[in-house]
Design a protein around this ligand. Structure first.
Ligand code: CLF
Ligand code: SF4
Length: 527
């Protein structure tokens, strides 16, 4: 019976229903808890869903939903892409980290503005992207305002896309205020993945994040506004859980305002059946024109963010690979191909939707994934000598789980934690490009070093002599001998070599310091 809880079959939830047809929420929560299955340990073996869980770690019907969703599976994000269509301009609340000139900062970082689309244009864009990028498996609506404050446009877009491209998963992100009113519509269109941004469960905290909400034709402020918002968010989450729709919770970590409180948020959403919790850093710079940016409210450091994610991981699957992407993002999570798909270019494209070709491509990707997992498993032996030693390493990659990017071309570094349990993805760091048209930019190198300063080594496909020397001077070992090999396998080989040197007394293991999360203007439109 529990196996059917998350089935796409709308009849399946009836098995958890009482005689009058109303689902017993405590019954559902119990089943969710039993069915998380994927554990919360992270690490190399049985990893969390937000990390790299595989089919052995969860019920098959949940695996089917997450296996090629780049946000719901960390492992999938190396191989599969998502796209957003910016069809939802209006919003029904105000967040202090948002400037309405830009996209919804809950799900798309501030600083870039999306091209607004009609549902018809959006549908055409999805076909254009799907026929160009066969690994694009998920269509998300994430703004630029709140999708459920624009329900007609949002659901018309879903309707059109499910007709022309039924193999594409549908996903949406909302602030939750209007969610309870639309859960049945969400289920009707088979939107299997819903994100709610929940930054507090206590209105005392919430009033410092939300200056107002627009509710029942009135603008409400302060404590009263935050109280209604949290009640609606919790109700919406429970309703999603009752219907077997996977809910992810995004939370923005705002030091001094909700950082300590997010542990309570984590407990509250877990107890209501949330599948995954994504704690993201506040991005606030004065040039974004947000209340927090103008007030000088800082975002967390890399280690502050990791410590909070680690503290919550004991209770729940944590997502650590979010790129806070824009409302018209296209591509793998770490890349941005939106400039290839402007309305003008799409309208000029000759589009042929090749469902069979997409399927064949995705089967090849599955083979690649399995080879990568097997390679990693082969290096787990001998790690016990790590004892309490744990190190971070940064990796330059263009995707596919391979070290395949030059140091100077990297716009971000992926960060892995290596310890006695294995290798685990724990985050990424955006950086300024070091290589600017053939020469190295010294200022950019300083920001790269600041961004990976908590790492012992940086794995790259290639690196020049100058940055190599500067990295070494900063205590970060540049490693280029694993070019075009699997990330986790290579990192574990390097780690065992590191442990051998410690054992033989050739080096003394030392913890590294903290690192900076980049705050300024982020990736350019051209990506
Ligand atoms: Fe988009 Fe969000 Fe769906 Fe993903 S993004 S609506 S769940 S398809 Fe993903 Fe982007 Fe992070 Fe969002 S990386 S901002 S979590
Ligand atoms: Fe901005 Fe999104 Fe908040 Fe609305 S919900 S105010 S669009 S960040």
């Amino acid at each position: 019976m529990t196996d059917t809880l998350f089935s796409q079959d709308p009849d399946s939830t009836r098995e958890a229903s009482s005689a009058d047809g109303v689902v017993d929420i405590s019954d559902v929560m119990q089943k969710v808890a039993e069915h998380k299955g994927c554990g919360t340990e992270g690490g190399s073996g049985k990893a969390s869903c937000g990390s790299s869980a595989g089919p052995a770690d969860m019920p098959p019907e949940i695996w089917e939903k997450v296996k090629n969703h780049p946000c719901y599976s960390e492992e999938a994000h190396h191989h599969y892409a998502r796209m957003h269509v910016a069809v939802a301009p209006a919003c029904n609340i105000q967040c202090n980290y948002c400037n309405r000139k830009y996209d919804c900062a809950n799900e798309s970082r501030p600083g870039v503005v999306s091209e607004r689309l009609t549902p018809e244009q959006a549908s055409k864009k999805v076909l254009a992207v799907a026929s160009t990028i066969p690994q694009m498996t998920v269509l998300g609506i994430a703004g630029p305002g709140d999708p459920l404050a624009n329900p007609q446009k949002t659901f018309e877009t879903f309707r059109l896309i499910s007709e022309v491209a039924p193999d594409i998963k549908l996903c949406l992100s909302t602030n939750g205020l209007a969610l309870p009113d639309w859960v049945d519509e969400i289920a009707k269109y088979k939107v299997d993945h819903v994100t709610i941004t929940i930054n507090m469960v206590d209105p005392e905290v919430g009033q410092h994040i939300y200056p107002w909400i627009f509710w029942e034709n009135k603008r409400l402020q302060g404590y009263e506004a935050a109280k209604i918002l949290t009640e609606r968010q919790m109700l919406g989450l429970e309703m999603l859980t009752e219907r077997g729709i996977l809910a992810k919770i995004n939370s923005v970590m705002i030091p001094g305002i909700n950082d300590a409180h997010l542990v309570e948020v984590n407990k509250a959403v877990k107890s209501r059946g949330a599948f995954l919790h994504n704690i993201m850093p506040l991005i606030s710079a004065p040039e974004h024109g947000t209340v927090f940016g103008l007030n000088g409210q800082r975002g967390p450091s890399a280690q502050e963010l990791k410590a909070l994610q680690d503290a919550c991981e004991g209770d729940m699957n944590m997502m650590r690979h979010c790129r806070q992407c824009r409302a018209d993002a296209v591509g793998l999570l770490g890349e941005d191909r939106s400039a290839e798909f402007t309305t003008e270019k799409i309208m000029a494209m000759d589009i042929e939707y090749d469902a069979e070709g997409r399927k064949a491509y995705q089967q090849a990707v599955e083979g690649e994934r399995q080879a990568k997992v097997a390679a990693k498993a082969g290096e787990l032996e001998g790690l016990e000598k790590a004892g309490d030693i744990s190190v971070l390493v940064a990796v330059a990659t263009k995707g596919h789980g391979i070290i395949n990017e030059h140091f100077g071309h990297a716009k971000e570094f992926q960060v892995y934690e290596l310890n006695a349990k294995g290798a685990k993805f724990v985050g990424h760091r955006r950086v300024d490009l070091y290589c600017q048209g053939g020469y190295g930019e010294e200022d950019a190198l300083d920001t790269v070093i600041a961004a990976i300063n908590d790492c012992h080594a940086v794995f790259v496909a290639k690196i020049g002599g100058c940055p190599k020397a500067d990295l070494e001077a900063a205590g970060v070992e540049p490693v280029d001998q694993y070019a075009h090999e699997y990330i986790e396998q290579s990192a574990l080989v390097w780690f065992k070599d590191y442990l051998g040197k410690v054992e033989r007394g050739e080096i003394v293991h030392q913890q590294r310091g903290d690192a900076a999360i980049r705050q300024g203007a982020l990736l350019s439109q051209a990506g």
